[in-house]
Design a protein around this ligand. Sequence first.
Ligand SMILES: Cc1cc2nc3c(=O)[nH]c(=O)nc-3n(C[C@H](O)[C@H](O)[C@H](O)COP(=O)(O)OP(=O)(O)OC[C@H]3O[C@@H](n4cnc5c(N)ncnc54)[C@H](O)[C@@H]3O)c2cc1C
Length: 223
Amino acid sequence: MAEPGAMAEQLKAEVRTHTRISGIDPGHKRLWIGEESVIYRDLILAWGAETVRVPIEGDAADCVFPINDLEDYARFRAAAAGKQRVLLLGAGLIGCEFANDLSLGGYEVQLVAPCEQVMPTLLHPAAAAAVQAGLESLGARFHLGPVLTRLQRVADGLEAHLSDGQVIPCDVVVSAIGLRPRIDLAAAAGLQVNRGVVVDRHLKTSHANIYALGDCAEVDGLN
Ligand SMILES: Cc1cc2nc3c(=O)[nH]c(=O)nc-3n(C[C@H](O)[C@H](O)[C@H](O)COP(=O)(O)OP(=O)(O)OC[C@H]3O[C@@H](n4cnc5c(N)ncnc54)[C@H](O)[C@@H]3O)c2cc1C
């Protein structure tokens, strides 16, 4: 969130915004930014993850907003301006957090997820029931079990068709169904990848002087 100039001064570092690494050449300890090559001594990969997208039928697939950064969030807010009914996909930590925040923000929230309870990988069923009850007391409605299969434009918004036959009217859909670590450039450079860029407990990758952390990394044997 810091202003890049102030951050560079504070860290005594060069900060380059809107700059995408396009390749790594571990043999020569250099990376590529398009045509430009940059030599490194140590390289730390922290380039995060992509949002998972599932194929959905219908003419309104562009009304599904995955949110993993501020630009995604800005796009969703622009689409939701003046609208009331939000359908949320996913009942994990992020889906429940959005259910809470959007309900408190005055939106009518319905949540769809193909699981038996909210936050299935994080909470004991009793705790999950308490979280769900708390969100329901704010007005959120839950559809646990089915998935969204089709999203269609209709005269007054959207119609979400679920795999169990339910049809939910809504205005905008937020997808919070998970992330896929960015591994393509690391794999192309010959680094060991699995679900993420594989690192040991010291965040070292399979290549000397290259480290990875955050959402793109996977600690070998621990995840
Ligand atoms: C709504 C929401 C709420 C969350 N709440 C919490 C919370 O309460 N607590 C918590 O611990 N975590 C939370 N998280 C998760 C947390 O935000 C992430 O785990 C964290 O931001 C991951 O950091 P990262 O640096 O790995 O990736 P990111 O923060 O995603 O950063 C990746 C960066 O790499 C850049 N990049 C991508 N490809 C390239 C490339 N080829 N070259 C150069 N740069 C590239 C991207 O533009 C981006 O700037 C939340 C996430 C969301 C979406």
